[in-house]
Design a protein around this ligand. Sequence first.
Ligand code: C2E
Ligand code: CA
Ligand code: CA
Ligand code: CA
Length: 275
Amino acid sequence: AKADGSGCLRFFEPANDTRMHERRVQEIDLRRAWAAREFELFFQPIMQVTTRRLVAFEALLRWRHPERGLIQPDAFIPLLEEIGLILPVGNWVLSEACRAAMLWPGAPRVAVNLSPVQLAHGGLVASVAAALEESGLAAARLELEITETVMMKENPATVVTLERLKALGVRIAMDDFGAGYSSLRSLQRFPFDKVKIDRSFVAGLGQSQQSEAIVRAVTGMCVSLGITSTAEGVETPEQLLAVEKEGCTEVQGFLFSRPIPEGQVPSLIGALAAG
Ligand code: C2E
Ligand code: CA
Ligand code: CA
Ligand code: CA
């Protein structure tokens, strides 16, 4: 075993060696990509259920690789986090999302995903404040999405950071609600403005009574707490009717639109407004 410089010990098995080499190659490629500005934001609409009107867009990161084409975030965000590059990239996402939202007709909100690494870093509140200030976006139009993994760390500083963010006037949403182990505990620790119901529950609607019961219970809880509930991953008209029946406030999913490049957002806003 030998220290790899990150403080953990690794065994030199051939397979592990190959993996470390691949990781190193991808790390170099990611650093190059950041310098070459190959990251882009796509946007996916979020609709209000009762009115079927557009209320927000979620910003979703993409990597436009010169040889490999468009790469989805699950394939590179973990490494961005591991090498710390998520901090500058995350700040860029915040600035870009706020800048883009300033150009949208009808002033929908914009939702930005935050990495646990960003939340653990002391500079987040200043970065969010700077993104609002530079763009001129009203704080009430910015929503920050975090997963419960952030709250699991039992770190009191996290709650303080979330409170300071809320004091700026932005909204805080819990992402992927129910997908992990301590969603309820997280809700108890911090007054979230919104819960995004994980799409694994939405996928089961119309197929399993369990999924229906769970979605109904979560939306009922949100009503009691006076917060918004968003159903993720709505792909069919049947799923839309089901989440409507269960009382979800907002919906997001391929039924309305896949995530699209920034340039296509104004025409999508027009199309959605026209019905
Ligand atoms: P997420 O925050 O849960 O984002 C929703 C994901 O579900 C997106 O995948 C979106 O394309 C996908 N989705 C939306 N509607 C549907 C649907 O109807 N059916 C199905 N099957 N999928 C749907 P995407 O864009 O690949 O993002 C994956 C994850 O990467 C995100 O999950 C989020 O955790 C992370 N991510 C994306 N952008 C950022 C970012 O800027 N910063 C950070 N820290 N994480 C990000
Ligand atoms: Ca999200
Ligand atoms: Ca989600
Ligand atoms: Ca997710």
